[in-house]
Design a protein around this ligand. Structure first.
Ligand SMILES: [Zn+2]
Length: 190
């Protein structure tokens, strides 16, 4: 199922749950929203600082646990390689509003842009979509209920969980640990 079909599926099930019929006009209104998301995903490089040459998700980075420990600080290692969670409201990135790109702290793979970020009020940096192809997911059962865990496609580092209480049109919230991210402002002067 492609992303657009999936988004429309979400829209249809939301309408069905609300007990309302889905009009042709409502469907037409949903389409441009998903095009907006597609544009954010396609044009993410416009937020990249000049001279930055980021790696690709296919350029895999595999290191031993010992090598990761040397490369990362204690909190970064705990989150990225032990699926830890930083305490809420501790990341400076919660209040980061500048234009730019958020990359993986483990391997520098660009994951999100500033245009994909929103203030969820949860105390963790939150995004409603991602740069395409940069995450893999699995279901984890660390809490009483199953959650969708996501990790970096390049280095395997854990970043956070996906929740379905995000803003329209995706309805998704990528709840990311700030220590697992590096912010690269588009302009050093900003
Ligand atoms: Zn990574």
């Amino acid at each position: 199922m492609d992303r657009r079909t999936w988004l429309q599926g979400l829209f249809v099930s939301a309408a069905a749950a609300a007990g309302v019929g889905l009009s042709a006009r409502a469907l037409a209104a949903a389409a441009p929203q998903s095009r907006e998301i597609e544009a954010l995903q396609k044009n993410w490089r416009t937020l990249l600082a000049e001279g930055v040459r980021p790696p690709a998700p296919t350029d895999k980075l595999k290191l031993s646990n010992e090598e990761w420990r040397k490369r990362l600080d204690r909190m970064q290692y705990n989150v990225l390689h032990e699926e830890g969670t930083e305490r809420a409201s501790t990341s400076a990135l919660n209040n980061e509003k500048r234009a730019g790109v958020y990359s993986c702290a483990g391997c520098d793979l660009p994951l999100f842009t500033s245009e994909m970020k929103y203030d969820s009020g949860t105390g963790w940096p939150s995004y409603f979509t991602t740069i395409p192809g940069v995450f893999e997911t699995k279901t984890d059962h660390h809490l009483l209920y199953p959650r969708t865990e996501y990790h970096c496609a390049r280095c395997g580092g854990h970043h956070g969980h996906i929740f379905e209480d995000g803003p329209k049109p995706t309805g998704l919230r990528y709840c990311n640990n700030g220590v697992a991210l590096k912010f690269i402002p588009k302009s050093a002067k900003a």
